[in-house]
Design a protein around this ligand. Sequence first.
Ligand SMILES: Cc1ncc(COP(=O)(O)O)c(C=O)c1O
Length: 420
Amino acid sequence: MAWCLRSCKTACGQKFLDQKENAVQLTERINRIQISPTAAVIAEAEKLKAKGVDIADFGPGEPDFPTPEHIKKAAVRAIEQNFTKYTATGGIMPLREAICAWHQRELKSHYEPKECVVNVGGKHSIFNVVSVLVQQGDEVIVPAPYWVSYPDIVKYTGATPVVVETRAEDGFAVRAADVAKVITPKTKLLILDSPSNPTGGVTPPEECAKLLELCKKHNIWLMGDECYSHFTYGNNKPFSVASLPNSKNHVIIIGSMSKTFAMTGWRLGYTLAPAQLVTATVKLQSQSTSNPTSIAQYAALAAMTGPMDSVPAMLAEYARRRRRIVDGLNAIPGIECGEPGGAFYVFPNISARLGTGPNALAKDCSELATLLLEKAHVALVPGAAFGAPGYLRLSYATSIERIEEGLRRIEKFFSRAAAA
Ligand SMILES: Cc1ncc(COP(=O)(O)O)c(C=O)c1O
């Protein structure tokens, strides 16, 4: 919007203030971070879809399955029973109890409700925890490829994200020996995302135990992001660092209803941590979001206490899609795709087709993602968004038919561009 540059009065007397275009003075804090690149890709794809373009969409990191019936019904019941008012800031007690019981049953932890707080999605849980634990001068270790929000949440607090690389040939597992190399006296927190977004990498339990020992030795918090805990393949099983002996004083668990129960829009997550830390995040929450939506809390209560059969059903379908997409991508010359151990993403290496050489399709992965969207109508996220240039992230939380269609388009684009 162009603002009036002179002070003037309209006939009705309304005063326009002197304002230059783009003259809003934002804080240095907000200028440190960027809009989530995955949200940006989704927005670009949506624009094309609105124009009627058929997009093979590998962008969104959300289940394409509906929220299970019993969870939806619990929300309807909550409305009918007028559970539509403020609740306790940290969530209703029955839900906090149910989360602790669910986590104990599913992931072998031992938490009490005073060590549990319900948040407005897992992202909010992470934002709260990082906000109360770190500040200017502190360092947070973030294994790469990383989920897009970790570095920016850390930067927003004034602390510094310190990236430690994981390797494709190692299934993108986080290795304690690599983490040890970047620990300094300023390190306060290590973020462990397993199974990982964007790679699907799973860090094995024995390596998690080594990471915990390292954290204990250096007095560092280990934050386990368990958003994808129940989507693991082959020999990988759901695992929590909170199940390791004597872990409680060093571990923070981030959980979410979003993926496990196909509830991304409900905005419901939780934190499990020592009571003092939980109390601090409740204080922050009391001055920001207040309680998560009451209705969503009753829905989450049904998720935590009800049948879990939707989870293996989703997992079986993801496993089928994973097989198809991994095989399909590896059949395209110039694409190398490992087999992810969990989550619902593949993270192929396409560096052989980047640069300025005769085989290059684009100068970098961001340009390639843009070309794939514009020319082949395939939406995906460039690896650079996750600190991994040379890669692309594809979510296979989409039907097998759309996966087939997307693979056809990628293959055509790769072969045509190579011949051009
Ligand atoms: C690794 C990881 N952690 C946390 C979240 C946050 O999920 P939500 O805020 O929907 O619970 C996501 C969402 O994509 C994620 O991929």
